[in-house]
Design a protein. Structure first.
Length: 320
């Protein structure tokens, strides 16, 4: 009995001695892999020509900061030149020592104006000769009941969130195909995966975005062009303040959900990492929205009931 116990202890000792180096080896290989991945990511962005739409505020502005610090040659887009110039001054004044930084180039255009998109693309290509990464970030949200919403409002949201990015992407694709190099990023939303009540136009525009860029990814693989769709949850930006309502007027309210959202700087860092790793489709949200996506797929009936009850509650609180 005693002899057996000793035998077991000796065996345990030998096993633990053998396992320890194996464990350390695995951790070492994993750390090395992570380091290589990090270095490759940095090299991918350094000196790359990166277009960011909607760089005047919120997530776009923070993306500009992190991509600038990573050494990208930025093309900052928006409608407000003054805001873009102020951002450029801010970036120039920031101290980044790790990599060589580049003064951003500013292009102003309205995504709802197809002619302006074509002109902007020619200007960018004339100036840089090529584009490495396009980040379709600009967007507007909407609040309203379908029954009260004019079709003009639906079109306005679709133009900014869907047709604009599609036109900009198409204008850049030929030069990317020629180089067999390029990366198109679409900032979608959790609402590109599930629809919640009183967001019809916004959610439809984001579902269309998801569908278009999924299709583009498949068609572009043969040209080695990457396509990434990023679906964030709530972010603390001006999105709800800038949202439009059923009659096209500005909503102008900082919603609690927006105010309690993630810091745009943190989301921008995630965007940089996701782009650097060339991920195809990423959800950047808490557990509940992610679970809601699974629920929509696995138990649609239950998901629809939950959304209907949410609509009833919201309607009731609006009426009272
Ligand atoms: N905040 C959130 O909770 C979430 C946001 N998102 C997405 O993130 C992206 C960025 O939004 P966010 O930073 O939050 O919101 P902001 O309102 O802070 O920023 C929106 C940006 O889009 C630009 N924009 C709006 N309309 C147009 C237009 N017609 N032409 C050109 N540019 C335009 C604005 O520029 P201008 O100065 O010209 O108005 C602004 O720079 C959007 O696509 C949004 O759907 C996704 C999930 C959650
Ligand atoms: C297995 C249990 C699952 C339980 C799921 C319950 C369903 C809960 C619903 C959760 C809905 C989450 C919605 C998230 C919406 C979101 O993050 O949107 C991001 C935006 O784009 C915000 O834009 P907005 O203009 O709406 O502020």
């Amino acid at each position: 009995m005693k002899k057996n116990l000793l035998k077991v202890r000796v065996m345990d000792f030998i096993t633990s001695i053998a396992i320890l180096p194996l464990l350390f080896g695995c951790v070492g290989i994993f750390s090395l892999f992570k380091l290589l991945q990090y270095m490759r990511m940095k090299a991918y962005i350094r000196n790359a020509v990166v277009i960011i739409t909607g760089a005047t505020s919120g997530l776009g502005r923070e993306c500009a900061r992190v991509f600038f610090a990573a050494g990208a040659k930025l093309v900052l887009c928006g409608r407000n030149r003054e805001a873009l110039e102020e951002l450029t001054r801010e970036l120039a004044a920031s101290r980044v020592t790790e990599v060589q930084t580049h003064k951003p180039y500013i292009v102003t255009f309205d995504l709802a104006d197809p002619g302006a998109i074509v002109a902007a693309t020619s200007e960018i290509l004339q100036c840089f000769g090529y584009v490495d990464v396009l980040i379709n970030n600009a967007g507007i949200s909407y609040r309203g009941a379908i029954i009260d919403t004019s079709t003009d409002v639906d079109k306005r949201v679709m133009e900014t969130n869907y047709f604009g990015p599609v036109a900009l992407t198409k204008a850049l694709l030929p030069s990317m195909i020629k180089r067999r190099h390029g990366h198109i990023v679409a900032i979608s939303s959790i609402q590109g995966k599930i629809s919640i009540p009183f967001r019809s136009a916004y959610s439809a525009s984001k579902h269309a975005t998801q569908a278009f860029f999924d299709c583009l990814r498949a068609e572009m693989e043969q040209y080695e062009i990457e396509v990434t769709v990023i679906s964030p949850g709530y972010i603390h930006t001006n999105l709800s303040l800038n949202a439009i309502t059923a009659d096209g007027s500005k909503y102008g309210v900082m919603d609690k959900t927006t105010a309690q959202g993630r810091r745009p700087m943190d989301v921008a860092r995630d965007v940089l990492a996701v782009v650097g790793k060339k991920k195809k489709d990423v959800i950047l949200a808490d557990l509940l929205p992610s679970l809601a996506i699974y629920l929509r797929t696995l138990a649609p009936g239950l998901f629809f009931s939950l959304m209907a009850s949410r609509a009833r509650k919201e309607q009731k609180s609006k009426n009272s």
